[in-house]
Write a protein that binds this ligand. Structure first.
Ligand SMILES: [Zn+2]
Length: 200
């Protein structure tokens, strides 16, 4: 297996690992808490930066059912549901990106809103830090991880999803290969990072 040794030009992006997306949360992703141990292991590797994103909505956000949106109320800014779970090791996180922060726009991607019009600033941040490759894990694989990876690849970053560090709203039925169709998104197993992880 090809091994990957993260360095200063690599970023780890931890997508939306927040209480509301975990079992017991308002919008729980099946088996969502299974992403935490692999993400903690990845975050301990010497990435140039480790970015954690948070869905961060006003109480009347357009994505909520009461506003005609597809989702129950979730990740209201500064609520317990929007917080990181205690088990997520934040010591290596260098930057936090909030998304979906304005009432009238949702943002699955960590880079842009769903209309592709408003940037979260993540693209400029990664470029300023000299990042060339991004490694992505988190929740949910079929929504926010997928949208983040598509934008990253389109922006020119070498883009790798770690499927073991992701779970999908659709559960195990989701075929992650569908994500790579027509894109240059790569998939790399957590085990490919193993040697380096064991050395630390
Ligand atoms: Zn949301």
């Amino acid at each position: 297996m090809m091994s990957i040794s993260p360095g200063p030009h690599d970023a780890l992006i931890i997508v939306d690992v927040q209480n509301d997306f975990l079992p017991g949360g308002a919008l729980a992703v099946p088996d969502g808490d299974a992403v935490i141990p692999p993400l903690n292991r990845l975050a301990a590797l010497p990435f140039g930066c480790v970015v954690a994103t948070q869905d961060w909505h006003p109480p009347d956000h357009i994505s909520f059912a009461a506003q005609g949106g597809p989702w129950p109320v979730h990740c209201v800014h500064a609520s317990a549901g929007a917080d990181f779970p205690d088990l997520l090791d934040l010591r290596s996180v260098t930057h936090i990106i909030h998304k979906g922060t304005t009432q009238a726009r949702d943002s699955y991607s960590a880079f842009f809103d769903n209309e592709g019009e408003t940037s979260t600033g993540l693209d400029g941040l990664l470029r300023a830090l000299g990042i060339e490759r991004v490694v992505i894990g988190g929740l949910a694989l079929d929504y926010c991880v997928a949208a983040t990876a598509r934008d990253a690849a389109r922006l020119g970053f070498t883009t790798i999803i770690v499927p073991d560090a992701c779970r999908a709203v659709a559960g195990a039925a989701f075929d992650h290969d569908t994500l790579s169709v027509g894109t240059n998104i790569g998939f790399t197993a957590l085990a490919a990072f193993g040697e380096l992880a064991r050395r630390r």
